[in-house]
Design a protein around this ligand. Structure first.
Ligand SMILES: NC(=O)c1ccc[n+]([C@@H]2O[C@H](COP(=O)([O-])OP(=O)(O)OC[C@H]3O[C@@H](n4cnc5c(N)ncnc54)[C@H](OP(=O)(O)O)[C@@H]3O)[C@@H](O)[C@H]2O)c1
Length: 286
């Protein structure tokens, strides 16, 4: 990617973000979003990647409130212990636990899946939520560019390794689900098949948007395969909108300033953001 196309990628990502913020404000003016009411789901098990913070935390909390057994997959042991304690207190659900999974390491993902399968419990919902955004150029343990390696490849491998558990738990009329969190930036993302890892000219904006586009394409393809097999699993992808979280810690300082000044008003606040009734399409949460 040339410096010019890197600048173009940044502009496109900010334009996509601004469009989403405007759409959110408009929707709010038109009455906002009625939170769906879900029945209790005490017999179901969910894995939430990146459930220690932000949208993943809000998702884990809501699933725990519904009575689900929630397994948080994350790479920060000490933070996670505190999060699990808080979630148990807030939801009065003791079936919340943490299993170490560093999505930037394929070995760690495999070990996580082994540990999960040793528990001999079913898996009904896999939420592929963890991500990094616009980080400086760096690599995962396996040598992949971090956005591509963690956001996309990490979840691609995790989903594939857990697909047999999901298939075993789903049944017609009550499917098991893969819910992947993407972003509106996928609309402006480009797959750079000749330089997936940005080794020629790195653009953090282009790399983030590319990883989110890859997740959308993966989900659509997976859903087509599952439907063709008549599988009791659905693959879903969702766009949470622009939400006031720590995801923005690496963005351009001007954007962080806007988040600090206007985030409370223009960005979404963390609350219940996850619809379990998803399909294989982008579902904006507003
Ligand atoms: N916020 C938005 O406006 C927005 C907009 C569109 C899409 N999204 C998408 O929403 C999802 C959640 O974002 P967020 O805003 O909630 O971000 P966040 O607050 O930064 O949370 C990200 C989560 O991912 C975890 N994580 C990071 N690296 C990891 C690794 N190597 N292995 C395992 N877990 C790792 C983090 O763990 P730690 O707790 O240890 O940091 C954290 O729990 C992401 O997929 C993001 O792309 C967000």
């Amino acid at each position: 990617m040339s410096p010019l196309s890197a600048a173009r990628a940044a502009l496109r990502v900010y334009a996509a973000g601004a469009a989403v913020v405007l759409a959110q404000l408009l929707r709010r003016c038109l009455g906002g979003f009625a939170e769906p009411v879900f029945p209790p789901q005490p017999d179901r098990v969910a894995i939430v990647t990146g459930g220690t913070d932000g949208i993943g935390y809000a998702t884990a909390r809501q699933l725990a409130r519904l009575g689900m057994h929630v397994i948080i997959a994350g790479n920060n042991d000490s933070k996670a212990q505190d999060v699990v304690r808080r979630l148990k207190e807030e939801t009065s659900n003791d079936k919340v636990e943490f299993l170490y999974c560093d999505l930037a390491s394929l070995t760690s993902i495999r070990q996580f899946v082994q540990k999960f399968k040793k528990k001999k419990i079913p898996l009904h919902v896999l939420v592929n939520n963890a991500a990094v955004m616009m980080v400086p150029q760096r690599k995962t343990r396996d040598g992949f560019e971090e956005h591509f390696g963690l956001n996309y490849l990490g979840h691609f491998v995790l989903t594939n390794l857990l697909l047999d558990s999901l298939k075993a738990a789903g049944r017609p009329g009550r499917t098991a689900r893969v819910v992947t969190v993407s972003s509106a930036t996928h609309y402006v993302g480009e797959l750079r098949l000749r330089d997936l890892h940005g080794s020629r000219c790195y653009s953090p904006h282009g790399a983030y948007a590319q990883s989110k586009l890859a997740l959308v394409l993966f989900t659509y393809h997976l859903q087509r395969l599952l439907a063709a097999q008549g599988s009791p699993v659905t693959a879903n992808v969702a766009d949470p909108g622009v939400v006031d979280t720590d995801l923005y810690r690496h963005v351009f300082w001007g954007t962080r300033l806007i988040q600090k000044m206007l985030g409370w008003w223009a960005f979404k606040k963390l609350k219940m953001l996850l619809s379990l009734e998803g399909r294989s399409r982008l579902t904006p949460w507003t």
